[in-house]
Design a protein around this ligand. Structure first.
Ligand SMILES: O=C(O)/C=C/C(=O)CC(=O)CC(=O)O
Ligand SMILES: [Ca+2]
Ligand SMILES: [Mg+2]
Length: 395
């Protein structure tokens, strides 16, 4: 098919992620990505739910509707006889603006990588056991700030905050600005308050996955977060990719999670092949500095869902829950600079001759990921990018 000639690896017909785009003077609306193009869904599917500037309405309709939509889009794009009818509704990605794909309801950030949690324990609490006693019993998490989730490409302004100093804290620009490479899951179907959602119901509620960069100011975080947890050190911006990969596109990427010892409580029992074989990449100013593997995450996404609703907390359309930093066992698989540079003690040596302990103004970070697709194809999760801007100078 003519528009598939310029196919970009990972965005073939087996992927079809959803996003929100606009082309002046028209208002933002829902599109599906195929190779380097966006298909405008409202006119081709003749449904007003796609004429909205967010995926929430579509996502709230539930899994049967997600499935028929995906089938219809696949058919439309696959059938050469439809090409003339579809062509006017396909736009080149370079010609459109991409928006935050969904209105974020609640944002939860987990801490599911054993390697990441152990590394941070060693760095922040060198005199203690790296893992707290609760860690192997539940996926530890906290509530983030939904209103500061931004779409890929949005500049990230260096935050200011109280930084711990021997003579007492001083207020100033963070000197330890970091990234966290994470995978986020987006809730489509809500649940009722008071009714826990078991992990087995994951596909009934979760619409899809996005890459997340949970920017973290380690110095602000270190001073503020005992005992209630991360607050301003992580709430200045959290970036998500512009395209949400539907769960159905990740079927071939499903793998068993690692063995859990001790076995979790029955309400957190893990489903079969509940892990995802995603290979992440962290690029700093165009240079790959880490390749974190998601397949080894100790707590799997179904367990995150079961845990966050175990007390009866309701799910809302647009809830985003992220895995926490993805780190593997090898040094080159760590998903944050604080781990890659061991809290700045071992700066990264970059190809351009530069060194980095933490992020400098002007640095650009791009997270990307690939996963096995059907029939040997590869799925590329859409990248999430952000560039650091200097801290504000006024008080
Ligand atoms: O272990 C700590 O004290 C701090 C951990 C984090 O900052 C990690 C976090 O936000 C959760 C995650 O991304 O894994
Ligand atoms: Ca995080
Ligand atoms: Mg909120």
């Amino acid at each position: 098919m003519v528009w598939l000639d310029e196919e970009q690896a990972g965005f073939g017909i087996e992927h079809l992620p959803y996003g929100v785009f606009s082309k002046a003077p028209d208002a933002p609306r829902v599109g599906v990505r195929i190779a380097g193009r966006v298909l405008d869904l409202a006119p081709v599917l003749d449904d007003e739910v796609f004429a909205a500037g967010e995926l929430n309405g579509f996502m709230s309709r539930g899994p049967a509707f997600w499935r028929t939509t995906r089938d219809r889009v696949t058919e439309l794009l696959d059938d050469p006889r439809r090409a003339d009818a579809v062509a006017p509704h396909l736009h080149r990605i370079e010609d459109v603006r991409l928006h935050l794909p969904f209105q974020v309801a609640d944002y939860v950030d987990f801490y599911c990588s054993l390697e990441h949690a152990s590394n941070l324990g060693r760095i922040f609490r060198p005199d203690e056991e790296p893992l707290k006693p609760n860690w192997r019993h539940l996926p530890v998490g906290y509530h983030g700030r939904a209103g500061t989730v931004v779409v890929s490409g949005t500049p990230v302004r260096r935050p200011r905050g109280l930084l711990g100093r021997p003579g007492g804290p001083v207020f100033g620009p963070s000197e330890r600005l970091d990234i966290e490479a994470e995978v986020g899951f987006v809730v489509g179907t809500p649940s009722r308050l008071g009714e826990p959602v078991p992990g087995a119901a994951f596909a009934d509620h979760v619409f899809g996955a996005v890459l997340v960069n949970d920017w973290s100011a380690r110095d602000i975080q270190a001073f503020e977060y005992v005992p209630l947890g991360p607050f301003l050190g992580k709430s200045f911006a959290t970036s998500v990719a512009a395209w949400v990969t539907p769960l159905a596109a990740l079927d071939a990427a499903r793998v068993a999670g690692p063995r859990q010892d001790p076995p979790p409580s029955p309400h957190l029992a893990r489903g079969e092949a509940a892990g995802l074989n995603l290979m992440l990449e962290v690029a700093l100013n165009g240079e790959a500095v880490s390749r974190p593997p998601f397949a080894g995450m100790y707590w799997t996404p179904d367990q995150m869902l079961a845990h966050m609703t175990a007390n009866g907390a309701a799910l809302r359309t647009g809830d985003l829950f992220a895995s926490g930093t993805v780190s593997g066992a090898a040094a080159a698989e760590r998903g944050s600079l604080i781990e890659l540079t061991w809290n700045g003690a071992e700066p990264l040596k970059l190809a351009d001759g530069g060194r980095r302990a933490f992020l400098e103004d002007g640095d650009e970070v791009v997270l990307s990921a690939t996963a096995p697709g059907p029939d040997g194809a590869t799925i590329a999760l859409a990248p999430v990018a952000g560039r650091i801007e200097p801290a504000p100078t006024s008080r």
